[in-house]
Ligand binder design. Sequence first.
Ligand SMILES: [Zn+2]
Length: 360
Amino acid sequence: MPASATGATPAARKFGAGRRTRLILLGTSGGPPWWPGTDRAGVASAVAVGDRYYIVDAGHGVGRQARDAELGNWSHDTDGPLDALRAIFLTHLHSDHTIDLNNLLIEGLSNGLARVTSPVQVWGPGDRGTLPPRFGPPPDPPVTAPDNPTPGTAEMVDLMMRAYATDINDRVFDTRKPPPSTLVSGHDVPIPERYLADPNGNPHPRMSPVPFYEDDRVRVSATLVQHAPVFPALAFRFETDDGTIVFSGDTSPSENLVEMAQGADILVHEVMDRDWAEEIFPEPRDTSAEGRFQHLISAHTTIDEVGPIAEAAGVRTLVLNHLVPANWPEHKFHRAQKNFSGLVVVGRDLDEFGVGAVLG
Ligand SMILES: [Zn+2]
């Protein structure tokens, strides 16, 4: 185990009990590494409004974390937690944000999904449209699935159903439960075409938030953030009758995000420790190492950068998630507080934050 590892994640906390709208951090680890020495789950959050909830990103462990957060109604062991899930929102299609989407959609059949009253909508970025530029010296790496190399969210949901057809047909024939394809629906967030025109040249055009989802509990809007070469990379704003929660997704400092987060009760923002990046790519760096270092830094937000973003947006509480590295001591991330006049919380799995007035 690396010397930097911190052991078990510290205990979860409750900020503001007794509220109808709640943010629950289901997972706070950033990146695809299975960071040794920490039990933080992959990045995922829940927005609960009364007895319904929404999931934002579906990193490693999201289903079990929803169980441990006591979401859902659970009249029987196999009835929850997904019986109360309304929709899933994916900020981008990096695997650390999506790897357990298939778990929710497929094993979901035995964990409450069969009891939803309307299909769970899965929203996320559309097809990238073109492969990203090759980074680094030749030779070019091979392309996976050259006939369809950059599927978007709607197509990914369909492809997951196909990949798991053996299991789905077996269980549906056996139990007469409805097939998952009738219980979920995949959707691409409708970012206007003019902002999607140049993924490799201008992946972060200036834009204002676009509303795209509304039901009786939440209104959700999206904007493009800067996580190149991933594209589209989205941030989401959730508004309920009680207040506003904004999720940065993965991004370097983004003007689009600052606009979207204006006045939010909570900004949930990714963070990376620059010291870690410098440890991975120690000085002096040759041209190749410098390029890879800058590549990493330019796709994420460092501890020193995240406070001013929250300050510029005028949010009340800044919650840090997608911690990179996830196994470094929590106190290293506390430095974010020096650049922000509101409250900074370094997120822990299953931390809960109430929004709005206490229920009478
Ligand atoms: Zn990412």
